[in-house]
Design a binder for this molecule. Structure first.
Ligand code: AHG
Ligand code: MN
Ligand code: MN
Ligand code: MN
Length: 335
């Protein structure tokens, strides 16, 4: 390998020393996820040429029509996690219930993976960036089969989380609780290579990302915060720029690099928020916090929410710490 290039595999092995208790299982799990991501990337890249665009004609537990790529990506990640042997349960946006992995190889597997296999489904058919989000927990129960209770852990219990963005280039960004690192897929060698070491989100930013089409259905605090973003004030570099892709991964990735806030509040259509706690909000909150940012449901830290159900949703305000604090102040009527 060319000196100066560090592959994800090399990086993971080096970082294993950060976990004295680790026996390499987490490293293998991350490796399995990266392999599935490359397979999904291959299909996303040639999507217009093969019969993988469009609707499948089925509906998931979220009440959303499934795209062919939603289901393809789901199958790839479940298959990689099943054969890898380190994962005992997968919880996915696309499956009604948790999936037990009972193969002999995963008999003593300690890890639980929550996954949004394809994030930004509405962008699949028009060649706009989509993603994958994953979150990893260690099972709590010590004997018998792992169970739903092992999945319903607070975000603070995550041992790793990451996302893949299939964009103008493909990147994998992840944390194990010791900062955030980003890897770009070099298609010529088929490897994710370290490109964004120790990612830090700017403390403040000038981008706000929210689906403003839902404005009339937003809570008062969100309406007032949006107006605040649009008011001219040279001291705070307002008016801010509005950017909304409609793929949470891509919107948050951009804000992580440039500084900004992403909001998906409660709306009339989604009174509990739209985004799912276990496989969207928690992993992105863990990553953004590890990069120095903040993630809130409007009043409390996302990672402190005690999940009650598998597909639980929550409102989210996530990004540059100063912007999230300001949005929270509006939500609480203190601004
Ligand atoms: P998914 O494609 O995994 O169902 O997630 C869609 C999510 C998220 O990616 C995006 O930010 C948001 O839904 C967009 O929702 P709106 O179209 O309501 O703005
Ligand atoms: Mn969906
Ligand atoms: Mn999603
Ligand atoms: Mn999805």
């Amino acid at each position: 390998m060319n000196s100066g290039v560090k592959t994800l595999g090399q990086f993971i092995i080096e970082k294993q020393a950060d976990f004295p208790y680790a026996k390499g299982e987490l490293s293998r799990l991350l490796r399995d996820i990266a392999i599935a991501a490359k397979i999904v990337n291959r299909e996303v890249n040639k999507a217009g040429l093969v019969d993988i665009l469009g609707d499948l004609g089925t509906t998931n537990i979220q009440g959303e029509g499934q795209k062919k790529l939603d289901v393809y990506a789901n199958e790839q990640f479940i298959s990689a996690l099943s054969s890898g042997g380190e994962c005992c349960i997968v919880a996915s946006e696309e499956n009604d219930d948790i999936i037990y992995i009972d193969s002999a190889v995963s008999h003593n597997a300690k890890y639980i993976v929550c996954i949004d296999p394809l994030d930004g489904s509405s962008n699949i058919d028009c060649n706009v960036a989509v993603g994958t989000i994953f979150s990893i927990y260690r099972r709590k129960s010590t004997n018998g089969r792992a169970a739903l209770e092992d999945v319903l852990q607070k975000g603070t219990e995550q041992v790793a989380a990451g996302y893949v963005i299939y964009g103008s280039s493909t990147m994998l960004v992840y944390t194990t609780g010791k900062g955030v690192n980003g890897f770009t897929l070099d298609p010529s060698i088929g490897e994710f290579c370290l490109s964004h070491p120790e990612l830090k989100i700017p403390e403040d930013g000038t981008i706000y990302s929210i689906n403003e089409g839902n404005y009339v259905h937003f809570p008062e605090g969100v309406k007032k915060y949006i107006k605040h973003c649009q008011v001219e004030d040279a001291g705070t570099r307002r008016p801010y720029t509005s950017r909304y892709i409609g793929s949470m991964v891509a919107d948050i990735h951009r804000n992580l690099i440039k500084g900004g806030i992403y909001i998906y509040p409660t709306t009339a259509a989604s009174p509990g928020g739209k985004l799912r706690l276990l496989y969207e909000c928690n992993p992105m909150a863990f990553i953004v916090e590890q990069a120095g940012g903040k993630a809130s449901d409007g009043s409390s830290r996302i990672l402190d929410i005690d999940p009650v159900t598998l597909h639980q949703r929550c409102p989210i305000f996530i990004g540059s710490a100063r912007m999230v604090r300001q949005a929270e102040a509006f939500m609480q009527g203190n601004a």
